[in-house]
Structures are given as structure tokens and as C-alpha cells.
Design a protein around this ligand. Structure first.
Ligand code: SPV
Ligand code: MN
Length: 607
């Protein structure tokens, strides 16, 4: 620390912002901000109270600074990230741990070294710029789930996004004063090019300091790397969840409508681009990406830490995703990123269901059909990981309980991945432990464009949370197992796979089949349908699915399809168990029960 306090920096901060900070009586907040200002050396500071005027200021500056461009529809803007900054950057992201500790599967870095490197990068990085400070609550305010956070950034786009995606909580900081415990996020987009994109991508670094609950992110703008409260906070909250015995998960949270008007809540963990959002949209939406689960009076209850959606836009069209399409087509506050901007101020994205335009502006600058990158590959109109940012309130299927401080009772947890040749489309575990081990902890998925790197490779991705893990995987799984034991009636665990193919490579299911699977799970939770017991778990009976296909989709479902889809692929399943066993056998903290459950399953498959 430089020793300078906020009062010494008053000329930079300005009276208005200074008074706003002083209204929060929290000395740790004050010294943190004084430190950041001393290091980053901004020209000025704007402290947001989250008032309509303050939010308007951020919106206006996002446009004035060129970070966002207004579009034809009122409230719509577009932002472009650098071509090299279009997804989560695993290789530039590290968890900082003291004494150069290592954790399996997690990119770690010695804490002292990381902080030193970061200080060099941050030194003077905000010169000539305004530093923005925002206050938020992850989860409904003043609830047992709520986690406070402060974001510092020099990007109007980042703060604009957070104002849409999170609950603003300046008032909570004031109320809690010195008591307030909060996560800290420091972001700088660094130098920008003519398109207002981060220029120094080689110096992109995202360091997560668990010790101090602080995340540093520099020389990047892509939301998954820059928006502190999203995936950066997830690393910190997973750590807290471990210490306190709850779950911080990469899951949607939805209510599913059942017979007689009942609503049953489910969470669902899927690696991105594996059907997560489209599944979430089939229900009454509470959250599309993250969930906190806690046991309250014996019940598993959950909230969405977020209040908006940072969603994938590719393939959204009026036929496949009518609810999202509607949100994207009406006026209202919405940020597009990395789609194609047309001359008339409209936007186009891959799979919009309209003829492809011949030109426009995209993340690579002026785009025309046939434009190629330096490797000669055609540049698509929009990036496959192009996104939209919008408040939950824009969705017509928003569940009224979305902001309930007590959360909703979760009855089922769904795990899904991209798997072309192994798992059945729908499966229920025998019990909590069996589901945690054979479905959740054994999750594998083929990689997608949401992460920088080669798409298509099969990756181990337990709980679809591996990219965000900040604790030892064995410890994480033990916490999961314990969590279910502590609940008086733990949620049922289901596995789904929308990506199964036949020998010719054709998908075995159509997109809408997931509606039937959801209806089946909803009824299973209420004990209404019987099942077929297989070596890997419980699968639907043909007749039940046949009835549900008629009821839900008005379609016939043939026995032939059922038999192809629900065949237990013994040799593939054994190979999978062997892969998973090998992984866990190299992690010393893996609970014994995991090996027992996998061995028993292997044995059942052999019999
Ligand atoms: C995902 O890819 O899982 C997302 C977007 O939800 S990101 O913020 O990049 O993680
Ligand atoms: Mn996600």
C-alpha cells in the first residue's frame, strides 16, 4: 500500500464521488480504493450510487467514448471485442495461491509473483481515463444468499454491462457499513485501437486472488474475462461455498410448469453452448447461467446471483428460440457484442433465420461476404461466441420469484454435455451420491467456441464448472456429497444429452425433444411415473415417453427411435468410466466413495 488515503486523493476523486465514498463507513473499502487509485492513476473517478441518473451517465459515456455504438432500435447498442479476445482466455487466467501451491486441473500461479506482475501491468494503466466504481449484490439484496461486491473499471461498457446484469447495492454498503464483507474486482481494458478494442492482448491477464477475495483483469474486454461479477466472481464464491458448506454453481435456475398448474424448480449445469439457454427458456426463467444453492430448514433452496442474461446469440431465430428472439427484436436496453452491424443500424448474426447480408461492420472491422482472416479462413458475419446483454425483466417468461430473498425450493438438478456416442439422452440417478459421482463428477463434453482453442475435443468438465474451480476437485466433490446428505430430501439428479448421433453422424434427437425430457423429469420429481432400471441409472419407459410426446409436442414417438436413443452403450460407457477413474485416481483428495460407486457401475455394465 502506498499509504495515501482517500482524502489525499480528493482532487482526483472530486467532491461528489468523495462524499459518496465517505457515506459508506467501511475502512477496508476506503483503503482498497485509495490503493487502486494510487496504482492505476486515473485522471478522475466516478462513484456510482446506481441511481437512474448515474446509470444514464454510464450509458451516455459508453457511447461518447466509442465503446458502444447506438443502433436503430431505442436502447440497443453494439460493442466489439478484439478478434483475439472473443471468449474466455484460459491460458491467461490463473488462481493465485501462496507458496506456489498447485491444484489439479487448475491454472495456478504463485501469489507473490502474480501480484507483482499485476502491479507492473496496472501501474498508471488508467492515466488520462476515468475510473468507475460500482457496488453490487450477487443474489437478492438483504437475503441469506447475498454476497456484496465492488467493481472498479475504466470501461464504460463493462460497467454498463454490470448495471444490466447485477443488482446494484450502494444502499446495502451504506446500511452494513464496517460490517460489509465484499468481493473486489479491478479491471482495465488497457490501451485501445481505433475500434476501441483492447490492443495489448499479449498482456491480457486475469488473476484471481483467493486470499484477498480480489480479482484483477487487464487488457481484455470480452465479458467472460472482464465483467467481474460473472465468471471471475464465480471463482471466489466457489471458495466461499466450500468454506461455508453450500454450492456456487454454473447452473440455470427455472420453474417448470407441471399438471394442475404446479411449478417445480430445477437447476441445470451445462458447459456453454450445449443447450443450457435453450433449456432454461422452456421454463419460467430465474437464471440462465449461475445459481447459489443453500440448505435452509432442511430444504435445498436456490437463487440467481445475476439479474440479467449475457447470452449466446448464434442460432437464435423466431422458430427455435421465440422468447429470446422477441427480446432481441424490441426496443429497450440491450448490448449486442460481436454481431454484424448493418448500415441501417440493424444487426445480423449467424443463424438469425434471415438471408446473410453482403456487408457490414463486425469485430474485424469492415466485413463483406468472403472476407478471410490472416490464415485464409472465412470470417463469419458474427463471431460464434457473439452475445447479447439484457435484463431478466425483458423476458416474458420471467418467474415472479426471481428476486425472492428466500430463493426457491430446488427439486431436480440436471447435468448435460455434448456427447455424440456414449450417454443416453435422459437418465435419472439412483440417488444423490450416485448422481454426483456418475453424472456430475463424470461429466465430459466436446469443446465449443465459448473458450479459446480447438472446438470438438472431448473434455472432462465436472459439474460443467471446471473452468471456474478455485479449490481442489476432490474437496469440491466431497462438499457436494455432504450437501446432499444434509438436505432432508435432496433434489433428484438427472443427466441429459442432446447431442447423441448414429453411425452416420446424424443427431438421434430433434431440438424440441428436450421439452419432453423436462416434462418427464418434472413428473419423476413428483413420483408420478415408473422407470426402467439399467446398470447406469433409471431411464424412462417407452410408453410414458410416447404419451408425453403426444401431450407436449403433438407428435408420435416410435419404439424404434426409443430403442436407438436409449440403448445402453456398454463398451463406450466402460471406456468412459475408465477415463474418469484414471483422472480421479491421480487426485489424492478424491473421496473413496467415488471409486466405489464407479466400480459398482462398471461391474453392473459387465454383468
Ligand atoms: C459461458 O461461456 O459459460 C458464459 C459466458 O456464460 S462467459 O461469461 O464467457 O463465461
Ligand atoms: Mn456460463
Amino acid at each position: 500500500a502506498s499509504g495515501r488515503g482517500l482524502s489525499d486523493l480528493r482532487s482526483i476523486i472530486g467532491d461528489e464521488s468523495y462524499n459518496r465514498l465517505m457515506a459508506i463507513r467501511n475502512s477496508r473499502l476506503h483503503s482498497f480504493l485509495a490503493w487502486v487509485i494510487s496504482v492505476c492513476e486515473p485522471a478522475s473517478v466516478f462513484v456510482s450510487t446506481g441511481s437512474p441518473e448515474d446509470n444514464d451517465y454510464i450509458r451516455r459515456k459508453a457511447i461518447e467514448s466509442g465503446e458502444e455504438i447506438p443502433l436503430r432500435l431505442k436502447g440497443h447498442t453494439i460493442h466489439f471485442d478484439s478478434p483475439l479476445d472473443q471468449a474466455r482466455a484460459r491460458d491467461d487466467t490463473a488462481i493465485l495461491l501462496p507458496n506456489n501451491q498447485k491444484l489439479p486441473f487448475i491454472r495456478t500461479k504463485d501469489r507473490d509473483e502474480g501480484i507483482k506482475e499485476m502491479l507492473t501491468l496496472l501501474k498508471g494503466i488508467m492515466r488520462g481515463r476515468e475510473m468507475l466504481v460500482g457496488f453490487y449484490s450477487l443474489g437478492p439484496k438483504a437475503s441469506p444468499f447475498s454476497i456484496l461486491a465492488v467493481q472498479v473499471t475504466d470501461s464504460y461498457y463493462v460497467m454498463h454491462s454490470e448495471n444490466i446484469l447485477y443488482r446494484q447495492a450502494y444502499d446495502e454498503f451504506i446500511r452494513q457499513g464496517e460490517e460489509a464483507r465484499f468481493l473486489k474486482f479491478i479491471h482495465s481494458q488497457g490501451e485501445l485501437n481505433e475500434m476501441k478494442q483492447s490492443k495489448n492482448i499479449k498482456q491480457r491477464r486475469i488473476f484471481i486472488d483467493l486470499t484477498d477475495e480480489t480479482v484483477y483483469s487487464v487488457n481484455t474486454q470480452y465479458g467472460g474475462n472482464s465483467i467481474g461479477l460473472k465468471k471471475l466472481a464465480l471463482r471466489l464464491t466457489i471458495k466461499r461455498a466450500m468454506e461455508e458448506g453450500w454450492l456456487s454453481e454454473h447452473m440455470f435456475l427455472i420453474g417448470v410448469n407441471g399438471p394442475g398448474g404446479r411449478v417445480t424448480y430445477f437447476t441445470g449445469a451445462f458447459p456453454s453452448m450445449s443447450g443450457k439457454t435453450s433449456t432454461a427458456m422452456l421454463g419460467r426463467l430465474i437464471g440462465d447461467d449461475l445459481a447459489y444453492l443453500r440448505i435452509i430448514n432442511g430444504e435445498v433452496r436456490a437463487v440467481n446471483p445475476e439479474a440479467g442474461v449475457f447470452g449466446i446469440i448464434e442460432g437464435i431465430n423466431p422458430v427455435d428460440d421465440p422468447l429470446i428472439y422477441e427480446v432481441l427484436s424490441k426496443p429497450g436496453e440491450l448490448i449486442f457484442s460481436n454481431v454484424l452491424m448493418l448500415e441501417n443500424g440493424d444487426v445480423y448474426w449467424n443463424g438469425k433465420g434471415e438471408p446473410e447480408p453482403s456487408s457490414g461492420i463486425n469485430y474485424t472491422g469492415k466485413w463483406w461476404r468472403g472476407k478471410v482472416d490472416d490464415k485464409g479462413n472465412p470470417i463469419p458475419p458474427s463471431h460464434p461466441n457473439a452475445r447479447f446483454t439484457v435484463s431478466l425483466k425483458a423476458f416474458s417468461n420471467l418467474d415472479p420469484a426471481y428476486d425472492d430473498p428466500k430463493g426457491v425450493v430446488v427439486k431436480g438438478i440436471i447435468f448435460g454435455g455434448r456427447d455424440s456416442d456414449t450417454l443416453v439422452p435422459l437418465l435419472e440417478s439412483f440417488n444423490w451420491e450416485h448422481g454426483v459421482v456418475t453424472i456430475a463428477a463424470s461429466l465430459e463434453s466436446e469443446r465449443t467456441a465459448a473458450v479459446i482453442g480447438k472446438a470438438g475435443e472431448r473434455e472432462f468438465n465436472p459439474m460443467a464448472n471446471l473452468d471456474f474451480l478455485s479449490v481442489d476437485l476432490g474437496v469440491y466433490i466431497s462438499n457436494y456429497l455432504r450437501f446432499g446428505k444434509e438436505a432432508s430430501n435432496p433434489p433428484k439428479i438427472f443427466g441429459v444429452n442432446y447431442f447423441l448421433r448414429d453411425e452416420q453422424g446424424r443427431f438421434l434427437n430433434s431440438k424440441e425433444d428436450k421439452k419432453v425430457w423436462l416434462a418427464w423429469m418434472e413428473r419423476r420429481v413428483h413420483g408420478e411415473l415408473d422407470v426402467v432400471e439399467t446398470p447406469i441409472g433409471l431411464i424412462p419407459r417407452y410408453n410414458d415417453l410416447k404419451g408425453l410426446f403426444r401431450e407436449v409436442l403433438g407428435k408420435e414417438y416410435s419404439l424404434e427411435n426409443y430403442e436407438k436413443q436409449f440403448a445402453v452403450r456398454v463398451s463406450k460407457l466402460i471406456e468412459k468410466i475408465d477415463r474418469i477413474m484414471k483422472i480421479y485416481s491421480e487426485i489424492p483428495t478424491t473421496p473413496k466413495i467415488l471409486f466405489n460407486i464407479l466400480s459398482e457401475q462398471r461391474q453392473r455394465l459387465l454383468e
